[in-house]
Design a protein around this ligand. Structure first.
Ligand SMILES: [Zn+2]
Length: 158
């Protein structure tokens, strides 16, 4: 990095500390030539994650929106907010790890359902029913059948 004072191409870091929950680092630098001190910030670039809805419209992935849906599905169920926040965190992690800047809303829904299924069956069925909007009642019945046939042992634990 060039010194802003004398343009010398060599500086050393005299101090660095993480800020903003470790998402960025503040560095104090000193020019090796004129000893001028200045500060730089290093920040992780967060890629936008776009959700493509069924009608083709797009919106940015919203943690809040997914969390709100989960809270609604888990109403009066013994599931803590902490657990739900972790679900949202993991879903976003999965989506980002896949590396596509655009994901279909169905993919997000499937991820939510998969995670919810291993947490609370009632919440899962609620979410699945709202999510699929009863467009296909047989799908909903299949989901229920699957749940009833599943023994607790082969339930997916992630
Ligand atoms: Zn300098």
């Amino acid at each position: 990095m060039k010194c802003p004072a004398c343009q010398h191409n060599g500086t050393r870091v005299v101090d660095s500390r993480p800020i903003d929950e470790m998402k960025s680092i503040r560095r104090r630098r000193e020019c090796e030539s004129c000893s001028y001190r200045f500060t730089t910030f290093e920040k992780v670039e967060e890629m936008p994650l776009i959700v493509v809805k069924k009608d083709g419209s797009r919106e940015e992935f919203s943690r809040e929106k997914v969390l709100r849906g989960l809270i609604r599905a888990c109403e009066k169920r013994p599931v803590s907010l902490e657990v739900l926040e972790e679900v949202v965190f993991n879903i976003e992690k999965d989506l980002r790890r896949a590396g596509n800047p655009e994901v279909k809303s169905e993919e997000v829904g499937e991820l939510v359902m998969n995670r919810l299924a291993s947490i609370d069956e009632v919440a899962y069925v609620r979410f699945a029913s709202v999510y699929r909007q009863f467009k296909d009642i047989t799908v909903f019945i299949d989901e229920l059948k699957d749940l009833l046939n599943k023994s607790p042992e082969d339930k997916k634990i992630d």
